[in-house]
Design a protein. Structure first.
Length: 135
């Protein structure tokens, strides 16, 4: 039986997000994972709500979250990143469903994004796949 997942991606960095989604779609097609839905949200702060909405669906076994939290001039990105990751972990525990996190940053510099985009997406979907296979 193929596991069914949702993909949740930020749309602020549209080009990079689409590249990340493509990596996940390619991996899923080659590894018997079915994508139930691709959800695009404005940024990382919206990801926990979208994740909860997906985890409430009985046909979703897990989710992969993709995006970027760039370094800013203040600690806003770090604060936001900590809150987002904490919320994702809490939702995994509440619903007993795994999430693969492919969020670059917080604190990533613009020149660091492009070389890491595809690797982070791949690492997130591979981690999710391993968690699903172990359950």
């Amino acid at each position: 039986m193929a596991h069914r997942i949702s993909v949740i991606a930020g749309s602020f960095h549209k080009i990079e997000s689409e590249q990340m989604i493509e990596v996940v779609e390619t991996y899923c097609a080659a590894n018997s994972l079915e994508i139930v839905e691709v959800v695009r949200v404005p940024g990382s702060m919206e990801k926990p709500l979208a994740l909860k909405q997906q985890f409430l669906k009985s046909d979703v076994d897990g989710a992969v979250l993709l995006g970027i939290i760039e370094k800013g001039e203040t600690l806003h990105g770090a604060t936001m990143g900590n809150a987002v990751i904490k919320s994702i972990i809490e939702l995994e525990l509440e619903f007993m469903k795994p999430a693969g996190v492919g969020i670059l940053g917080p604190g990533i510099e613009p020149q660091q994004i492009e070389p890491r985009v595809k690797a982070y997406a791949l690492a997130a979907i591979v981690a999710l796949h391993k968690q699903l296979a172990a359950s």
